[in-house]
Design a protein around this ligand. Sequence first.
Ligand code: ZN
Length: 287
Amino acid sequence: MRDFSKDHRWLSLNTATVRRQGDLSVIIEACARAGIRAIDPWRDQVAAIGLDRAVRLVRDANLELSGYCRGGMFPADTAHRATMRDDNRRALDEAKALNAPCIVLVVGGLPQYSRPGSASSKDIAAARAQVEDGIAELYDYAKSIGMPLAIEPLHPAYAADRACVNTTEQALDICDRIDSEKSGKLGVAIDVYHTWWDPALMAQIRRAGRERLLAFHVCDWMVPTKDILNDRGMMGDGVIDIPNIRAAVEAEGFSGYSEIEIFSNDWWERPIDEVVSTCISRHKSVV
Ligand code: ZN
């Protein structure tokens, strides 16, 4: 397992962590001040300053990406399916322009939440089938432009509105059905927030192996959790044994960035440099 205590060369900042403190240009400047080498930007943040400018700022700051957030939201009624497909292809094109190593897929839940305007449905099995069909179709496009897809299983609390892929096992089952040869172009993003509780996590990380482990996201699980979306903790403030999970992914050969992704009303209130410096110190002492 890599020693993170000496420096923060393997820290990547998911830019949602400081999304309320400023736009992407402000975040990139803060990363430059702190010597952060990588980010994972969100599509809306890129759109807000324009893709060309985002590409230029990332390049000028010598930043790498650890991923691009995000594609997915596959379930849709027939009227919205073409929109979904086009939108996902655009997301992949943006990821390519930004030189991302993969695009993170938050796969969507029921169609009315995944693609607003879609007819309501309570059929989660149908939503899951649409997710798999959507990934299979997008995978062909992903291969054609060379952009790996990282399926991010989300905590089951998000099954209705964000992702009906809720365990690492479920995500890997999809990967195996679509990409049986383990091409390295389809895999998972392991986010400790979403997966720490899963009794099968360690076995599934071993099953994933190097080819399927495309991204690693960290934050912490607060007790009590006051808001299921926006009360994620700074590493060390909650109950997740992060080094134990990192050791497992690294034992399989994962050697990428440890990406800090914190949606938190609390941390969004604080000055950007304070958040970034806290991320760095916790990366060294807790992750
Ligand atoms: Zn994540």
